[in-house]
Design a protein around this ligand. Structure first.
Ligand code: ZN
Length: 140
């Protein structure tokens, strides 16, 4: 994506978590504990990769992308597809995309990288509009 900048790679942290997991450290067990919401999101919104799961090796990883930023207003924190992000980079000044990998089989999940997108022009957050999705969130 043309406006991608300031990338952060979390692969060292990911590797450390995997090593701890394989050594049976209890604290790492929660790495394989995707909550039902995350699993559902991965199933319906995840974008397939060719990478096998590093833990169970049974399933290919899927990636979820979350967009966060003040200029996104109420839309901050939502899952976005690559196509949506492609459009958003010309509509917003700056927001950060967090890419999380999830295994639908064993529940392994980890942040893999993040980067900034946007055209650099500061804008006001969109006015708050009440949507069905908001009601959904409130019920959780
Ligand atoms: Zn797995």
């Amino acid at each position: 994506m043309w406006s991608q900048r300031d990338s952060i790679d979390y692969s060292l942290d990911r590797r450390a978590t995997l090593i701890a997991l394989f050594q049976g450290k209890a604290s790492a067990m929660e790495a394989c504990d995707a909550d039902p919401y995350l699993r559902r999101a991965a199933k319906y919104h995840g974008e397939a990769t060719k990478r096998p799961c590093p833990v169970c090796k049974k399933s290919k990883m899927v990636e979820l992308r979350y967009a966060f930023g003040d200029q996104l207003g109420q839309y901050s924190g939502r899952i976005k597809s690559l196509v949506e992000l492609e459009e958003m980079q010309s509509e917003f000044g700056e927001f950060r995309v967090y890419t999380v990998e999830v295994c639908g089989e064993c529940g392994w999940n980890h942040l893999i990288y993040s980067y900034l997108l946007g055209d650099g022009q500061t804008r006001k957050a969109p006015r708050k509009v009440r949507t069905l999705e908001d009601d959904d969130w409130a019920k959780r």
